[in-house]
Design a protein around this ligand. Structure first.
Ligand SMILES: [Zn+2]
Length: 413
């Protein structure tokens, strides 16, 4: 890929103060070679230059939890009760063909680019998002989901997972990682959690879990009651053994908690759970819009951050929240936890990058990082002090350009 130079009224590196009249030089390997005031960034001969007069150059947003394979599925599931909602999503997915998922995934990746999201941490089971990211030049980690609530199912589930992973790994690249996701305590048995953790350890795969999301999930694990228990009983699935754990403690019991584990949602966590997540160096994907829409309540974002836990932001799916409106998540996170605008933007960029294990290479404009860059229109009067605020409350329509490793992936027409 050829080197290029981008300049704008402002450069907002996120991990450093905004730079008035700044520029970014991208090397022919797709990484940032220089970033700073325009006069200090080299202009190598023959390198094309582009200048955006009323605009902000900033890092691409990083979506720490997506379900892009469900793009376009909004409006097809209407169940107020979470357990019924989950089953409806499963049933809906069963009616969809591989081609449907392919179309949805491509649409999802393109929507991300247009919204200034250049990296996603996807969980799904169709494999379609791996293909879409590969073909469309997006960056991401795709966690292949595995299910199996009956303890006797675990060997079959792991065998199936191993097959799927072997297939998906053929598409892995410097832009695209494959991971695993034992879905949630109400769809995965204790033995399956253990087996998947062992498999991920052997294969060196990153892992993500939906955890501590609904009251129904907590009830199943704590007392063996509630709507998930009713479904389990109808399917002759034995109750979790032993009862009494919180969702996070249940993961600890089954050897899942460990450095880099991405804990999606993490709403119903008490002080002991937060302490455990911090000690085990787990990350959290915070999805405040989804949490609110489902009526799950609020995750204790401030307490998670204060405990030193790495937190990123995720949109969850279009059925729960949106495909790519990460700034909406950042705005709500700000409101709920009393963050500054700059802290909210950090969560959506470097925070999410760290949460998904890419903290050294994306999420900020710094020399050596990938040139995953977004240019946003910013007509009139933005200052260093109002920069974060301006970005946080901007709309997708302000996105002029999005690049991954310096290559255009979206350009406003
Ligand atoms: Zn999710």
């Amino acid at each position: 890929m050829p080197a290029r130079r981008l300049g704008a009224e402002w450069v907002y590196p996120v991990t450093a103060p905004p730079i008035p009249s700044g520029a970014v030089l991208v090397g022919d390997d797709g990484r940032i070679v220089a970033v700073g005031p325009d006069g200090e960034v080299p202009r190598p001969p023959g390198v094309p230059t582009e200048h955006f007069p009323s605009a902000i150059i900033m890092p691409g947003l990083v979506n720490a939890h997506s379900h892009l394979e469900l793009t376009g599925f909004a409006g097809e599931v209407d169940e107020p009760r979470f357990d019924a909602w989950i089953r409806s999503v499963r049933r809906l997915k069963e009616t969809r063909s591989a081609e449907d998922f392919r179309v949805a995934a491509r649409k999802g990746v393109q929507q991300c680019f247009a919204a200034g999201v250049t990296t996603v941490a996807e969980t799904g089971d169709s494999g379609a998002v791996v293909e879409a990211l590969d073909e469309l030049g997006g960056r991401g980690v795709v966690f292949q989901e595995v299910f199996g609530p009956h303890p006797d199912q675990w060997e079959d589930s792991v065998a199936l997972l191993a097959n799927r992973i072997a297939m998906l790994q053929t598409s892995a690249s410097v832009r695209l990682r494959i991971g695993v996701s034992p879905h949630a305590p109400y769809t995965v048995s204790g033995p399956l959690y253990r087996a998947v953790a062992a498999f991920a350890g052997d294969e060196g795969l990153a892992m993500a879990v939906h955890i501590a999301e609904s009251q129904a999930e907590s009830d199943l694990l704590a007392t063996g009651t509630g709507p998930f228990q009713e479904v389990w009983r109808a399917r002759s699935i034995p109750l979790p053994e032993p009862l009494g754990d919180s969702p996070v403690a249940w993961l600890e019991r089954h050897g899942i908690l460990g450095p880099g584990l991405l804990c999606i949602h993490s709403i119903r966590v008490d002080e002991a759970d937060i302490d455990l997540l911090a000690r085990r160096q787990c990350s959290v994907a915070h999805c405040p819009v989804s949490n609110m829409r489902h009526g799950h309540g609020e995750a204790p974002l401030r307490a998670l951050l204060d405990a030193g836990i790495t937190v990123g932001l995720g949109t969850d799916s279009e059925i729960s929240a949106s495909t790519a409106d990460l700034l909406a998540e950042a705005r709500l996170a700000r409101e709920l936890a009393g963050l500054s605008a700059a802290e909210a933007i950090e969560l959506a960029t470097i925070g999410s990058a760290e949460a998904i294990g890419w903290g050294e290479t994306i999420g900020a404009l710094e020399v050596g990082r990938w040139a995953d860059v977004v240019v946003r229109q910013s007509e009139g009067g933005v200052t260093a002090d109002t920069m974060a605020e301006r970005v946080l409350y901007s709309s997708d329509e302000d996105v002029v350009l999005a690049t991954v490793a310096g290559i255009d992936r979206y350009r406003r027409s």
